[in-house]
Design a protein around this ligand. Sequence first.
Ligand code: PAF
Length: 280
Amino acid sequence: MKTLSNIKAVQKILAPLRGKKRIGFVPTMGAFHEGHLALMRRAERECDFVVVSLFVNPLQFGPKEDFAAYPRSVPSDRKMAQEAGVDLLWTPTAEEIYPSPYRTFVDVEEITRRWEGAVRPGHFRGVATVVAKLLQVVQPDRAYFGQKDYQQTRVLRQMVKDLHFPVSIRILPTVREKDGVAMSSRNQRLSPAERAAAPILFRALTQAETRVRQGIHESRPLLKEVAALIQSEPLARIDYIALCDPASLEPIEKIQKEAVFLLAVKIGSVRLIDNLLIRI
Ligand code: PAF
């Protein structure tokens, strides 16, 4: 596996492969866990050459968010990427991604208005801008993302469609710990007591799914039950729970065919998100 930081060096390696080899791309912010590795391994199975970018993108963090505290572990990330079969690890610098003065941004409208977009103003502008730039450099055939960040996957699908990026977006299921907690770099910041409380998100989603299977399809009773269950956990504070149309992410009153439950819950000081897609 090669590790490169410079954009021109990355382009030089990729240019001769285009049209001959299928290029798979996994954009990341590092601190790899099984969720990232599942994306890399799938890319490795489906593509001839796998590029992983590792860039903690300052543009997607708000002024009060955890950019400085975001976990960074490049040496162990490099080892894990190599073991997962990655061909090229790209670790760009902020100076090269956002040369000064920097003036070009990507704003995806409507679908970014609610949920994470409302709680984290500017977050999706940062995500869309950096992913557009990374795709522009790598020009992959396939790009891989995890379903855990459900709204992000919808935003990126919309952006790729609107901007005619010739890439197929692959969304892989959330990888979970044995007790159901969705893998996330942020889990590292949970204290032992908070970690013990964290499975409440998955329990709530599982209960909602059971109730849907039992025939409750209206959002009001479903959300009420889910909220009550989460509130029974003393360390948990609900940020939002929503039952939405899986494409538009607008709230729905009743599940017709499919829906997505979106959850954001603070466990102590750590904010966790999770989601569940339901088809009836
Ligand atoms: O999901 C992430 O890790 C980031 O939002 C992404 C897609 C790598 C953009 O920085």
